[in-house]
Write a protein that binds this ligand. Sequence first.
Ligand code: NAD
Length: 505
Amino acid sequence: MPASPTHAVPTVPLLINGEFVQSRSTQWREVRNPATQEVLARVPLATADEVNAAVDAAKTAFKTWRVAPIGVRARIFLKYQQLIRENIKDIAAVLTAEQGKTLADAEGDVFRGLEVVEHAANIGNLQLGELANNVASGVDTYTVLQPLGVCAGITPFNFPAMIPLWMFPMAIACGNTFVLKPSEQDPLSTMKLVELALQAGIPPGVLNVVHGAQDVVNALCDHPDIKAISFVGSTKVGTHVYQRATLAGKRAQCMMGAKNHVVVLPDAPKEQTLNALVGAGFGAAGQRCMASSVVVFVGESAQWIPELAQRALTLKVNAGHEPGTDVGPVISTSAKARILGLIEQGIAEGATLELDGRQATVPGYEQGNFIAPTLFSGVKPGMAVYEQEIFGPVLCTMTVDTLDEAIALINANPNGNGTGLFTRSGNAARKFQEDIDVGQVGINVPIPVPVPIFSFTGSRGSKLGDLGPYGKQVVMFYTQTKTITERWFDEAAEPAGVNTTINLR
Ligand code: NAD
């Protein structure tokens, strides 16, 4: 598509050492409204020098930020949460314009990130070491959780508020400095949050932002002054980032792709279950890593499939800012083409198309990347619609005879991000929770994204690295434990003499 006249379109700045600066890059991408194709901004692919300048600023700022008192760090995030609250509607409007999701869901995107900021304000209680008194006579041992240095974050397009807020607030609250690389597809709402972070008092160099794609991500993975990388995005890119960053000696946590199965037992409350399936399957146009993408009906519950299709048909497809919209556009024309291709493949491979959303047209938004809710039944392992993450408003359904079969199916799938079970049976729920090998489990909860007093998890193909975002785990990820064994001599006592053993005396 030809570039729009550059004078008419705002450019997205970099943030280096507390200053918003224009990139000198010759390579730029357009940020488009997915409902209209309007070019909202141009975003640079930062140069190698700009990436180095951002890392240098963060490295210099670390010298002072690493010893910033707990109260100083906590109060910045207290102020930050207040600023986000005051601006949530403005941020959501920008987010809807660039990403496509409904305004209500965009507010949810900001709100789930805001919860992490509130958690970061509690850093004094989170970054505590341990102490054991008298590990030997007159000897104590204690640990301190010290910041690592410069950390970097690489984020996906689907939650441009929540996921950056998973990363830099907790990293900075722990005493690190940060270089953020937002999604180049929708960096505008992220930049609104970055502006507010500076207003909240984050000092120059403590938070930096570079834009870009593959080259910038590789430069961050390779940079010798970056100690840890947090990544959220697809499995392919996340695996590459994990391998490249860890090979360069960094800590890495990579939260990746998904295929989230929801199991429905015949005893489940039907109304609530069908509503939950429709919301979790088609909300955000299916572009959530925790979206329900496969419903596994057990036994007689398979009879509910026509009703599920009917209910999905009532969802209103429109631009995200229009009142009453349930399903907005997908992020780009190429994402739409990929999703339509997978629907074609599903049909060709023998799945039954119960609801066909391919011809969605939205009056007034004829150029938008719309796909209406699409439902398949008779999906089987081996079909592309089952094996690949569709990341669109396409829900696959399968049928099995028993809960054991459903559990075996899910555990055989390479992904392990989220799953759910709908039932009235505590016994079945407990069995499911015990036997399933998936990070996030919902019992009658369709999208079980944990609140920040817990950590986001994920197992098998959905996650690389041991420690997840936010919660207790991320404090361990963003700090290095130092163990101090300490004695103060009682000089009035008789000296103990030379100890040539390993034993503490
Ligand atoms: P993506 O992997 O295409 O992009 C993620 C980031 O990687 C972006 O910042 C992008 O610029 C960068 N990138 C893209 N291609 C690259 C390359 N070849 N080399 C290096 N860097 C590259 O992901 P996306 O399409 O933006 O997001 C959707 C994906 O993210 C889905 O797979 C979804 O499941 C996943 N996701 C996972 C979670 C989770 O917590 N597990 C949360 C949200 C999204």
